[in-house]
Design a binder for this molecule. Structure first.
Ligand code: SF4
Length: 301
């Protein structure tokens, strides 16, 4: 591994955005490379403050949090791994902000020490491997070692199970949204715990297979373009039709263009079925949030 100022370089790994989806791959990959790493902690007030300071005001909360994770790591790390994800496993597109993430982070933090910034096509293992190989060469890791790490990381990602399917609650909802809004309990103000306190269980999209999602979308005029559309619209329709849920809670971010379309599409299809949209930003307060959940419980009765 390359030296930086006479010491082995330390790589910072921000725990925001799609880290929530690809954590098994990321951790195994860097462990197997044998490089020195530091992971940011879970999101907290310090990270949010750093993020709002380092990111443009107009950005969504998840972007601000990601900037905060990256800025925090700058203190102890020589470089920060900031992926440029172009699309996901089944070729679906994601928000353009992911494609410009290294530049966004560089302009926010004022540092240009981002690595692993080659475009990543998660649906094409050959391209993915070649992009990561370039990143590894930058930090002095051999191709052989990289190949081994890539294999183990892919295996670990494939064998890891995600998602929530809860039984035994009086009511149950489909918890829709992006993984970084659903699984970051700081960002969503501990939403899942609050739902449990109201005796509401949760199902998330990971329990619906890609095949089922594609089937559910086959009646649409056009093939959906966005990953987050597939992951939210299709499960909402399937779970509602199967009567597995009593309502849908969509955790969204202010300023999110894709969410505004997905939510409208869901509203158009579900008629009177209970739907609650919770919009998150750094100003979201606990009190109003809780009242809205209690009111939603009444609607589902
Ligand atoms: S999809 Fe929406 S919430 Fe996610 S990064 Fe893009 S704008 Fe932000």
């Amino acid at each position: 591994m390359k030296l930086c100022g006479g010491f082995y370089m330390k790589i910072g790994i921000p725990g925001g955005l799609l880290y929530f989806k690809y954590e098994p791959f990321i951790r195994t990959f860097f462990n197997e490379l044998g490089v020195s790493t530091e992971y940011s902690t879970v999101s907290n007030k310090e990270i949010l403050d750093l993020g709002t300071h380092n990111c443009v005001d107009e950005a969504c909360l998840p972007m601000k949090l990601y900037h905060g994770h990256a800025a925090k790591l700058q203190k102890n790390c020589d470089c920060i791994a900031v992926p440029r994800i172009m699309n996901c496993e089944f070729g679906e597109s994601i928000c353009p902000k992911f494609q410009g993430l290294p530049e966004l982070v560089a302009s926010g933090t004022g540092k240009t020490n981002q690595i692993f910034t080659e475009p990543l096509y998660m649906n094409d293992p050959k391209k993915l491997k070649s992009a990561l190989k370039k990143g590894c060469r930058q930090i002095g890791v051999s191709d052989t070692r990289m190949e081994r790490a890539f294999f183990s990381a892919s295996e670990n990602q494939r064998n890891s199970s995600f998602g929530i399917w809860e039984n035994g609650y009086q009511k149950r909802v489909f918890l829709a949204g992006h993984p970084y809004n659903i699984y970051d309990s700081f960002a969503n103000l501990n939403l899942i715990n609050k739902l449990h306190q109201l005796d509401i269980g949760v199902i998330t999209e990971e329990w619906i297979s890609q095949y089922e999602k594609s089937e559910a979308l086959s009646g649409l005029i056009k093939k959906p373009y966005w990953l987050f559309f597939v992951h939210n619209f299709a499960p909402a329709m399937i779970l509602m039709e199967r009567k597995e849920i009593d309502g849908i809670i969509y955790v969204s971010s202010f300023c999110c263009g894709t969410d505004s379309i997905i939510i409208e599409m869901i509203k158009n299809k579900i008629g009177n079925f209970p739907l609650l949209v919770l919009k998150l930003d750094e100003q979201t307060g606990e009190a109003g949030y809780h009242t809205r959940l209690e009111a939603f419980w009444e609607v589902m009765k």
